[in-house]
Design a protein around this ligand. Structure first.
Ligand code: GDD
Length: 339
């Protein structure tokens, strides 16, 4: 039985990671900042594991607390999942995003560097570190050119992970994670916003959902599949970087059509840009509109990736199709509706 410390245990990935570790008989220490309210515990409660986690106060802005907690608990594995994880929100909170996502990760690496039991650290890197590049296919060795505060922050932590490996021999692995979703996703991300809104429209509790860039294409997978990859990455004898993705790019518009179909709508799209609208073919009802307030100052196209390394070294490929993911998310939202 191993001791597993998960920072950001209250978030989507933290919750699925905790579930995965508990299912494999490990002890889970959950790092969380602030009060553990019912509202914040909802993901762990939904998975039925809140009572099996030993919660500890953990704040990525507090070096002394990080050092004290890691030294006291001596975890075998540390998954650093805490961050300000919204690219959109990073435009209005660049300093906080960098402080927690960048310096916070470095604070953990620094404690791991000196730890006499050599914990294995997993750092959640992001596809946003690729940024504005035009190669046909990307791998772990592609160059990075982020243009968002969030992407730049994640690249800092990613490069630091490599520096700690090379300079000190610290075990810090990264997963360059493409989008991963689930019913436990935060509502500020586009997939959950869409699935939740569609369920409410279906129930007559909302008129229309307004989105931003419908042409944006993303490589979406199920978060449950991703934690399996993260787990395999930290079990390796040597630290390394892995791109984790499905390899399939789908537009926000097409994701919306898929989700709408699951909710019982048949969307037809009319017009373009800010005037684009999605109507239900049967009733003519306006289901989707565009509001420029949801556009980002910078929204780089996501690259197509080659996930061959994850397949060959980790034996990992995603198990859930996008259709299954969309189905699970929409069904969850329909069940949540209170009539
Ligand atoms: N959030 C949001 N809300 N995004 C919208 C909307 C909207 O109303 N309308 C269109 N979009 C577009 C965004 O412009 C973006 O191109 C795409 O939908 C996905 O946005 P998000 O769901 O917010 O995710 P993200 O791709 O920016 O970032 C996520 O994935 C990264 C990995 O690829 C986050 O999980 C990051 O933490 C993660 O690193």
């Amino acid at each position: 039985m191993a001791k597993v410390l998960i920072t950001g245990v209250l978030g989507q990935d933290g919750a699925y990671l905790a579930q995965h570790a508990l299912e494999h008989g490990h002890e889970v220490i959950g790092g969380a900042r602030g009060e553990l309210t019912d509202e914040r515990l909802w993901r762990l409660r939904h998975l039925g594991i809140a009572d099996q986690i030993a919660f500890i106060p953990f704040d990525l802005g507090d070096s002394a607390l990080i050092e004290q907690q890691i030294k006291q608990h001596r975890p075998d594995f540390i998954f650093n999942m805490a961050a300000q994880s919204s690219v959109g929100d990073s435009f209005s909170t660049p300093l906080a995003t960098a402080e927690i996502g960048g310096m916070g990760a470095l604070r953990i690496f620094e404690v791991a560097r000196w730890a006499d039991w050599a914990p294995h650290v997993f750092q959640a890197s992001s596809s946003e570190i690729f940024g504005c590049i035009t190669d046909a296919q990307h791998t772990e060795d592609s160059s990075f050119n982020p243009k968002t505060p969030y992407g730049a922050t994640k690249l800092f932590a990613h490069i630091m992970a490599e520096a700690y490996r090379a300079s000190y021999g610290t075990f810090v692995s990264t997963g360059i994670l493409f989008n991963h979703e689930s019913p436990l996703r935060g509502e500020n991300f586009v997939t959950r916003k869409i699935t939740k809104s569609l369920a409410q429209i279906k129930a007559g509790q909302q008129d229309t959902v307004y989105l931003g860039n419908l042409d944006a294409r993303r490589d979406w997978s199920h978060a449950r599949d991703f934690v399996e990859a993260m787990w395999r990455i930290v079990q390796l004898p040597q630290p390394d970087n892995f791109v984790i993705a499905s390899g399939r790019l789908v537009s926000v518009r097409d994701f919306t059509s898929m989700a709408a179909a699951r909710a019982g709508f048949d969307l037809v799209w009319e017009d373009h840009g800010v005037n684009e609208k999605g109507f239900d073919r049967k009733t003519g009802k306006l289901i989707v509109g565009v509001d420029p307030v949801f556009y980002r100052p910078y929204d780089p196209a996501q690259p197509k990736v080659n996930t061959g390394k994850a397949a060959s070294v980790l034996g990992w490929t995603p198990q859930t199709t996008l259709e299954e993911l969309v189905g699970e998310m929409v069904d969850f939202e329909l069940q949540q509706i209170k009539h």
